[in-house]
Write a protein that binds this ligand. Sequence first.
Ligand code: COS
Length: 385
Amino acid sequence: MDYHLDEFQQELVATAKRIGKEKIRPVAAELDITGEFPWDIVKIFADSGFYGLWVPEEYGGVSRGILDLVLVTEELSKYCGGISLAVAASALGTFPIVISGNDAQKEKYLPRLAAGECLAAFGLTEAAAGSDAGSIQTRAEKKGDKYVLNGAKVFITNGGIAEIYTIIASTDPSKGTRGASAFIVEKGTPGFTFGKKEDKMGIRASATQELIFEDCEIPEENRIGREGEGFPVAMKTLDKSRPGVAAQALGIGSGALDLAIQYAAQREQFGQSIIRFQAIQTMLADMATKVESARAMLYATARTIDGGSKSFSKESAMCKVWAADVAMEVTTDAVQIFGGYGYMRDYPVEKMMRDAKITQIYEGTNQIQRMVIARHLIKEAQRAS
Ligand code: COS
Protein backbone atom coordinates (compact mmCIF):
# COMPACT_ATOMS: atom_id res chain seq x y z
CA MET A 1 0.00 0.00 0.00
CA ASP A 2 1.25 3.50 -0.77
CA TYR A 3 0.99 5.67 2.32
CA HIS A 4 2.22 8.76 0.47
CA LEU A 5 5.05 9.56 2.85
CA ASP A 6 6.71 12.92 2.27
CA GLU A 7 10.32 13.18 1.09
CA PHE A 8 11.70 13.59 4.60
CA GLN A 9 9.89 10.44 5.74
CA GLN A 10 11.04 8.42 2.74
CA GLU A 11 14.64 9.45 3.52
CA LEU A 12 14.14 8.56 7.17
CA VAL A 13 12.89 5.07 6.33
CA ALA A 14 15.76 4.56 3.88
CA THR A 15 18.28 5.62 6.55
CA ALA A 16 16.71 3.31 9.14
CA LYS A 17 16.72 0.46 6.64
CA ARG A 18 20.40 1.01 5.87
CA ILE A 19 21.30 1.07 9.57
CA GLY A 20 19.14 -2.02 10.11
CA LYS A 21 20.85 -4.00 7.36
CA GLU A 22 24.41 -2.84 7.90
CA LYS A 23 24.66 -2.32 11.65
CA ILE A 24 21.82 -4.10 13.45
CA ARG A 25 21.32 -7.35 11.53
CA PRO A 26 24.94 -8.51 11.97
CA VAL A 27 24.87 -8.11 15.78
CA ALA A 28 21.22 -8.81 16.70
CA ALA A 29 21.66 -12.52 17.53
CA GLU A 30 24.82 -11.91 19.55
CA LEU A 31 23.31 -9.07 21.62
CA ASP A 32 20.26 -11.26 22.19
CA ILE A 33 22.59 -13.67 23.97
CA THR A 34 24.83 -11.20 25.79
CA GLY A 35 22.19 -8.57 26.60
CA GLU A 36 24.83 -5.92 25.98
CA PHE A 37 23.54 -2.39 25.32
CA PRO A 38 24.47 -1.22 21.79
CA TRP A 39 26.05 2.18 22.50
CA ASP A 40 27.81 2.26 19.11
CA ILE A 41 24.47 1.88 17.32
CA VAL A 42 22.85 4.51 19.56
CA LYS A 43 25.59 6.89 18.40
CA ILE A 44 24.56 6.16 14.80
CA PHE A 45 20.89 6.80 15.70
CA ALA A 46 21.94 10.12 17.23
CA ASP A 47 24.05 11.11 14.21
CA SER A 48 21.08 10.23 11.98
CA GLY A 49 18.91 12.73 13.86
CA PHE A 50 16.43 10.18 15.19
CA TYR A 51 16.30 11.66 18.71
CA GLY A 52 15.31 15.10 17.46
CA LEU A 53 12.23 13.93 15.56
CA TRP A 54 9.73 14.51 18.37
CA VAL A 55 11.44 17.59 19.85
CA PRO A 56 10.32 21.12 18.81
CA GLU A 57 12.72 23.07 16.59
CA GLU A 58 13.24 25.84 19.18
CA TYR A 59 14.71 23.22 21.54
CA GLY A 60 17.08 21.58 19.09
CA GLY A 61 14.75 19.13 17.38
CA VAL A 62 13.13 19.12 13.98
CA SER A 63 9.45 19.39 15.05
CA ARG A 64 8.36 16.35 13.12
CA GLY A 65 6.03 14.03 14.98
CA ILE A 66 4.64 10.66 15.90
CA LEU A 67 4.45 9.34 12.34
CA ASP A 68 8.19 9.90 11.90
CA LEU A 69 8.94 8.20 15.23
CA VAL A 70 6.70 5.31 14.19
CA LEU A 71 8.35 4.93 10.77
CA VAL A 72 11.85 4.78 12.25
CA THR A 73 10.81 2.37 15.02
CA GLU A 74 9.00 0.08 12.59
CA GLU A 75 11.96 -0.10 10.23
CA LEU A 76 14.57 -0.68 12.93
CA SER A 77 12.37 -3.30 14.62
CA LYS A 78 12.40 -5.43 11.47
CA TYR A 79 16.04 -6.09 12.33
CA CYS A 80 15.89 -6.11 16.13
CA GLY A 81 12.95 -5.28 18.38
CA GLY A 82 15.34 -4.73 21.29
CA ILE A 83 17.82 -2.36 19.68
CA SER A 84 15.02 -0.22 18.19
CA LEU A 85 13.82 0.46 21.73
CA ALA A 86 16.82 2.69 22.35
CA VAL A 87 14.93 5.20 20.19
CA ALA A 88 11.31 4.62 21.24
CA ALA A 89 12.03 4.40 24.99
CA SER A 90 13.92 7.69 24.93
CA ALA A 91 10.89 9.26 23.22
CA LEU A 92 8.72 7.88 26.05
CA GLY A 93 11.03 9.37 28.69
CA THR A 94 11.17 12.73 26.87
CA PHE A 95 7.44 13.14 26.19
CA PRO A 96 6.49 14.35 29.71
CA ILE A 97 8.90 17.29 29.24
CA VAL A 98 7.73 17.98 25.67
CA ILE A 99 4.04 17.73 26.60
CA SER A 100 3.93 19.34 30.05
CA GLY A 101 7.37 20.81 30.83
CA ASN A 102 7.87 24.57 31.26
CA ASP A 103 10.20 26.66 29.07
CA ALA A 104 13.10 26.44 31.52
CA GLN A 105 12.85 22.63 31.68
CA LYS A 106 12.61 22.40 27.91
CA GLU A 107 15.61 24.69 27.44
CA LYS A 108 17.66 22.76 29.98
CA TYR A 109 16.93 19.18 28.89
CA LEU A 110 15.56 18.96 25.36
CA PRO A 111 18.58 20.11 23.30
CA ARG A 112 20.80 17.36 24.77
CA LEU A 113 18.07 14.76 24.35
CA ALA A 114 17.32 15.89 20.79
CA ALA A 115 20.99 15.57 19.86
CA GLY A 116 21.09 12.07 21.33
CA GLU A 117 23.90 13.17 23.67
CA CYS A 118 21.99 11.33 26.39
CA LEU A 119 18.91 9.12 26.65
CA ALA A 120 15.74 9.46 28.68
CA ALA A 121 13.61 6.93 30.57
CA PHE A 122 10.12 7.00 32.03
CA GLY A 123 9.47 5.75 35.58
CA LEU A 124 5.88 4.92 36.46
CA THR A 125 5.66 1.17 37.18
CA GLU A 126 6.31 -0.20 40.63
CA ALA A 127 6.39 -3.72 42.07
CA ALA A 128 2.79 -3.37 43.30
CA ALA A 129 1.57 -0.81 40.73
CA GLY A 130 1.54 -2.19 37.17
CA SER A 131 -1.84 -2.00 35.45
CA ASP A 132 -3.16 -0.08 38.45
CA ALA A 133 -0.78 2.80 37.89
CA GLY A 134 -2.76 5.01 40.27
CA SER A 135 -1.63 2.97 43.27
CA ILE A 136 2.05 4.01 43.14
CA GLN A 137 3.80 4.17 46.52
CA THR A 138 6.93 6.14 45.62
CA ARG A 139 6.68 9.24 47.73
CA ALA A 140 7.79 12.77 46.91
CA GLU A 141 7.60 14.81 50.09
CA LYS A 142 7.87 18.58 49.87
CA LYS A 143 10.55 20.01 52.18
CA GLY A 144 11.16 23.74 51.64
CA ASP A 145 12.06 24.28 47.99
CA LYS A 146 12.86 20.59 47.46
CA TYR A 147 11.09 17.29 47.13
CA VAL A 148 12.48 14.21 48.85
CA LEU A 149 11.89 11.01 46.87
CA ASN A 150 11.65 7.56 48.48
CA GLY A 151 10.59 4.37 46.74
CA ALA A 152 11.45 2.18 43.77
CA LYS A 153 10.42 1.84 40.13
CA VAL A 154 10.69 -1.53 38.38
CA PHE A 155 11.07 -2.78 34.77
CA ILE A 156 12.35 0.59 33.57
CA THR A 157 13.41 0.55 29.93
CA ASN A 158 16.69 2.47 29.49
CA GLY A 159 17.10 2.13 33.29
CA GLY A 160 20.72 2.58 34.26
CA ILE A 161 21.84 3.83 30.86
CA ALA A 162 19.62 6.94 30.58
CA GLU A 163 20.80 10.24 32.04
CA ILE A 164 17.36 11.87 32.35
CA TYR A 165 14.42 10.20 34.12
CA THR A 166 10.83 11.38 34.23
CA ILE A 167 9.35 9.93 37.39
CA ILE A 168 5.80 9.79 38.68
CA ALA A 169 5.60 9.92 42.47
CA SER A 170 2.92 10.58 45.04
CA THR A 171 2.95 14.03 46.64
CA ASP A 172 -0.31 13.35 48.49
CA PRO A 173 -1.16 9.66 49.05
CA SER A 174 -4.61 10.56 50.42
CA LYS A 175 -5.65 11.83 46.98
CA GLY A 176 -4.88 8.73 44.87
CA THR A 177 -4.49 9.54 41.17
CA ARG A 178 -5.05 13.23 41.98
CA GLY A 179 -2.14 13.17 44.41
CA ALA A 180 0.62 12.16 41.98
CA SER A 181 3.20 14.52 40.48
CA ALA A 182 5.83 14.21 37.75
CA PHE A 183 9.53 14.99 38.24
CA ILE A 184 12.74 15.14 36.27
CA VAL A 185 15.54 13.27 38.02
CA GLU A 186 19.07 13.25 36.69
CA LYS A 187 21.35 10.24 36.93
CA GLY A 188 23.95 10.93 39.60
CA THR A 189 21.58 12.76 41.93
CA PRO A 190 22.52 11.68 45.49
CA GLY A 191 20.03 9.07 46.76
CA PHE A 192 19.21 7.83 43.24
CA THR A 193 20.69 4.40 42.50
CA PHE A 194 19.96 1.38 40.33
CA GLY A 195 18.77 -2.00 41.54
CA LYS A 196 17.93 -5.27 39.81
CA LYS A 197 18.92 -5.57 36.18
CA GLU A 198 16.31 -7.75 34.48
CA ASP A 199 17.15 -10.94 32.58
CA LYS A 200 14.38 -10.96 29.98
CA MET A 201 12.69 -13.41 27.59
CA GLY A 202 13.11 -11.01 24.66
CA ILE A 203 14.21 -7.46 23.71
CA ARG A 204 17.43 -8.47 25.42
CA ALA A 205 19.57 -5.75 23.81
CA SER A 206 17.41 -3.21 25.62
CA ALA A 207 18.41 -2.25 29.17
CA THR A 208 15.76 -2.84 31.85
CA GLN A 209 16.62 -1.95 35.42
CA GLU A 210 15.11 -0.98 38.75
CA LEU A 211 15.36 2.63 39.97
CA ILE A 212 15.79 3.21 43.69
CA PHE A 213 15.20 6.49 45.51
CA GLU A 214 16.43 6.87 49.08
CA ASP A 215 16.04 10.38 50.49
CA CYS A 216 16.76 11.66 47.01
CA GLU A 217 16.44 15.46 46.97
CA ILE A 218 15.01 17.03 43.82
CA PRO A 219 14.77 20.80 43.35
CA GLU A 220 11.21 22.12 43.09
CA GLU A 221 11.94 23.44 39.59
CA ASN A 222 12.21 19.80 38.43
CA ARG A 223 8.51 19.18 38.99
CA ILE A 224 6.71 18.84 35.66
CA GLY A 225 3.37 20.61 35.70
CA ARG A 226 1.49 21.40 38.88
CA GLU A 227 1.45 19.28 42.02
CA GLY A 228 -1.23 16.62 41.60
CA GLU A 229 -1.01 16.63 37.79
CA GLY A 230 1.33 13.64 37.58
CA PHE A 231 -1.27 11.05 36.65
CA PRO A 232 -2.69 13.00 33.69
CA VAL A 233 0.91 13.79 32.62
CA ALA A 234 1.63 10.03 32.64
CA MET A 235 -1.57 9.17 30.77
CA LYS A 236 -0.99 11.86 28.10
CA THR A 237 2.55 10.56 27.73
CA LEU A 238 1.31 7.00 27.21
CA ASP A 239 -1.31 8.18 24.70
CA LYS A 240 1.57 9.53 22.61
CA SER A 241 4.02 6.71 23.19
CA ARG A 242 1.77 3.68 22.65
CA PRO A 243 1.92 4.12 18.85
CA GLY A 244 5.68 3.61 19.28
CA VAL A 245 5.01 0.20 20.83
CA ALA A 246 2.62 -0.54 17.98
CA ALA A 247 5.42 0.39 15.57
CA GLN A 248 7.86 -1.91 17.33
CA ALA A 249 5.30 -4.74 17.13
CA LEU A 250 4.57 -3.97 13.50
CA GLY A 251 8.26 -3.99 12.59
CA ILE A 252 8.83 -7.32 14.33
CA GLY A 253 5.76 -8.86 12.64
CA SER A 254 6.60 -7.42 9.26
CA GLY A 255 10.22 -8.61 9.53
CA ALA A 256 9.05 -12.12 10.45
CA LEU A 257 6.65 -12.15 7.49
CA ASP A 258 9.46 -11.21 5.08
CA LEU A 259 11.64 -14.01 6.41
CA ALA A 260 8.78 -16.53 6.26
CA ILE A 261 8.12 -15.69 2.59
CA GLN A 262 11.83 -16.04 1.72
CA TYR A 263 12.10 -19.32 3.59
CA ALA A 264 8.91 -20.79 2.13
CA ALA A 265 10.16 -19.96 -1.37
CA GLN A 266 13.44 -21.83 -0.92
CA ARG A 267 12.49 -24.71 1.39
CA GLU A 268 11.66 -27.84 -0.61
CA GLN A 269 9.49 -30.73 0.57
CA PHE A 270 7.65 -33.34 -1.49
CA GLY A 271 9.72 -32.24 -4.51
CA GLN A 272 8.74 -28.57 -4.57
CA SER A 273 9.15 -25.38 -2.60
CA ILE A 274 6.64 -25.24 0.24
CA ILE A 275 5.34 -21.83 -0.92
CA ARG A 276 3.50 -23.72 -3.67
CA PHE A 277 1.30 -25.45 -1.08
CA GLN A 278 -2.04 -23.81 -0.42
CA ALA A 279 -1.74 -24.39 3.34
CA ILE A 280 1.40 -22.18 3.39
CA GLN A 281 -0.08 -19.63 0.97
CA THR A 282 -3.14 -19.22 3.19
CA MET A 283 -0.93 -18.65 6.23
CA LEU A 284 1.21 -16.08 4.40
CA ALA A 285 -1.87 -14.29 3.02
CA ASP A 286 -3.40 -14.02 6.50
CA MET A 287 -0.11 -12.85 8.00
CA ALA A 288 0.33 -10.17 5.32
CA THR A 289 -3.27 -8.97 5.68
CA LYS A 290 -2.91 -8.64 9.45
CA VAL A 291 0.41 -6.79 9.15
CA GLU A 292 -1.01 -4.34 6.60
CA SER A 293 -4.12 -3.67 8.69
CA ALA A 294 -1.90 -2.94 11.74
CA ARG A 295 0.19 -0.58 9.61
CA ALA A 296 -2.84 1.25 8.19
CA MET A 297 -4.34 1.77 11.65
CA LEU A 298 -1.02 2.86 13.13
CA TYR A 299 -0.22 5.42 10.42
CA ALA A 300 -3.78 6.78 10.59
CA THR A 301 -3.44 7.16 14.38
CA ALA A 302 -0.05 8.85 14.06
CA ARG A 303 -1.50 11.29 11.50
CA THR A 304 -4.44 11.98 13.83
CA ILE A 305 -2.00 12.89 16.61
CA ASP A 306 0.30 14.93 14.36
CA GLY A 307 -2.74 16.70 12.89
CA GLY A 308 -3.36 18.27 16.30
CA SER A 309 -6.27 16.19 17.63
CA LYS A 310 -6.83 16.86 21.31
CA SER A 311 -8.04 13.40 22.28
CA PHE A 312 -6.61 10.19 20.87
CA SER A 313 -6.43 7.75 23.81
CA LYS A 314 -8.85 5.35 22.15
CA GLU A 315 -7.05 5.36 18.78
CA SER A 316 -3.66 5.03 20.47
CA ALA A 317 -4.88 2.04 22.51
CA MET A 318 -6.49 0.47 19.43
CA CYS A 319 -3.35 0.60 17.29
CA LYS A 320 -1.21 -0.73 20.17
CA VAL A 321 -3.52 -3.61 20.98
CA TRP A 322 -3.98 -4.63 17.37
CA ALA A 323 -0.34 -4.38 16.29
CA ALA A 324 0.84 -6.27 19.38
CA ASP A 325 -1.65 -9.10 18.86
CA VAL A 326 -0.77 -9.22 15.16
CA ALA A 327 2.95 -9.37 15.98
CA MET A 328 2.40 -12.30 18.33
CA GLU A 329 0.26 -14.20 15.81
CA VAL A 330 2.49 -13.49 12.82
CA THR A 331 5.76 -14.35 14.55
CA THR A 332 4.21 -17.59 15.87
CA ASP A 333 3.10 -18.46 12.34
CA ALA A 334 6.54 -17.57 11.00
CA VAL A 335 8.10 -20.07 13.42
CA GLN A 336 5.52 -22.63 12.20
CA ILE A 337 6.47 -22.07 8.56
CA PHE A 338 10.15 -22.50 9.42
CA GLY A 339 9.16 -25.75 11.19
CA GLY A 340 11.88 -27.40 13.26
CA TYR A 341 14.42 -24.83 12.05
CA GLY A 342 12.18 -22.02 13.29
CA TYR A 343 12.38 -23.42 16.80
CA MET A 344 16.17 -23.31 16.77
CA ARG A 345 18.27 -20.29 17.67
CA ASP A 346 20.17 -20.62 14.36
CA TYR A 347 17.28 -18.80 12.66
CA PRO A 348 16.01 -15.37 13.71
CA VAL A 349 12.26 -16.06 13.90
CA GLU A 350 12.19 -17.57 17.40
CA LYS A 351 13.83 -14.36 18.68
CA MET A 352 11.15 -12.34 16.91
CA MET A 353 8.45 -14.39 18.66
CA ARG A 354 10.12 -13.74 22.04
CA ASP A 355 10.59 -10.04 21.22
CA ALA A 356 6.96 -9.68 20.11
CA LYS A 357 5.56 -10.91 23.44
CA ILE A 358 6.52 -7.80 25.40
CA THR A 359 4.45 -5.57 23.10
CA GLN A 360 1.28 -7.21 24.49
CA ILE A 361 2.47 -6.43 28.02
CA TYR A 362 4.25 -3.12 28.44
CA GLU A 363 3.06 0.48 28.21
CA GLY A 364 -0.24 -0.96 29.40
CA THR A 365 -1.20 -4.60 28.88
CA ASN A 366 -3.50 -5.38 26.00
CA GLN A 367 -6.21 -6.05 28.57
CA ILE A 368 -5.81 -2.47 29.88
CA GLN A 369 -5.88 -1.11 26.31
CA ARG A 370 -9.19 -2.89 25.73
CA MET A 371 -10.49 -1.38 28.96
CA VAL A 372 -9.45 2.11 27.76
CA ILE A 373 -11.15 1.50 24.40
CA ALA A 374 -14.35 0.22 26.07
CA ARG A 375 -14.48 3.20 28.45
CA HIS A 376 -14.37 5.52 25.43
CA LEU A 377 -17.06 3.53 23.63
CA ILE A 378 -19.33 3.80 26.68
CA LYS A 379 -18.72 7.57 26.97
CA GLU A 380 -19.33 8.09 23.25
CA ALA A 381 -22.57 6.09 23.43
CA GLN A 382 -23.72 8.12 26.44
CA ARG A 383 -22.97 11.38 24.58
CA ALA A 384 -24.84 10.18 21.52
CA SER A 385 -27.99 9.19 23.46
N1 COS B 1 -5.28 11.81 29.43
C1 COS B 1 -5.43 12.72 30.41
N2 COS B 1 -5.97 12.41 31.62
C2 COS B 1 -6.35 11.15 31.82
C3 COS B 1 -6.21 10.16 30.84
C4 COS B 1 -5.65 10.53 29.59
N3 COS B 1 -5.49 9.64 28.63
N4 COS B 1 -6.66 8.99 31.33
C5 COS B 1 -7.09 9.23 32.57
N5 COS B 1 -6.88 10.55 32.86
C6 COS B 1 -7.26 11.23 34.10
C7 COS B 1 -8.75 11.04 34.34
O1 COS B 1 -9.51 12.04 33.69
C8 COS B 1 -8.84 11.15 35.84
O2 COS B 1 -8.84 12.49 36.21
P1 COS B 1 -9.87 13.05 37.32
O3 COS B 1 -9.53 12.34 38.60
O4 COS B 1 -9.60 14.51 37.37
O5 COS B 1 -11.23 12.70 36.84
C9 COS B 1 -7.53 10.53 36.33
O6 COS B 1 -6.63 10.62 35.21
C10 COS B 1 -7.69 9.09 36.76
O7 COS B 1 -8.19 8.37 35.64
P2 COS B 1 -8.97 6.99 35.80
O8 COS B 1 -10.06 7.15 36.80
O9 COS B 1 -9.32 6.52 34.44
O10 COS B 1 -7.83 6.08 36.47
P3 COS B 1 -7.77 4.53 36.78
O11 COS B 1 -7.14 4.36 38.10
O12 COS B 1 -9.12 3.90 36.54
O13 COS B 1 -6.69 3.98 35.72
C11 COS B 1 -5.84 3.19 33.64
C12 COS B 1 -6.77 4.15 34.39
C13 COS B 1 -6.10 1.73 34.02
C14 COS B 1 -6.16 3.42 32.17
C15 COS B 1 -4.36 3.54 33.94
O14 COS B 1 -4.03 3.21 35.27
C16 COS B 1 -3.40 2.84 32.98
O15 COS B 1 -3.19 3.31 31.87
N6 COS B 1 -2.80 1.73 33.43
C17 COS B 1 -1.75 1.10 32.69
C18 COS B 1 -0.46 1.73 33.06
C19 COS B 1 0.59 1.51 32.07
O16 COS B 1 0.42 1.72 30.88
N7 COS B 1 1.74 1.09 32.57
C20 COS B 1 2.86 0.89 31.78
C21 COS B 1 4.00 1.54 32.46
S1 COS B 1 4.74 2.79 31.61
S2 COS B 1 5.88 1.82 30.40
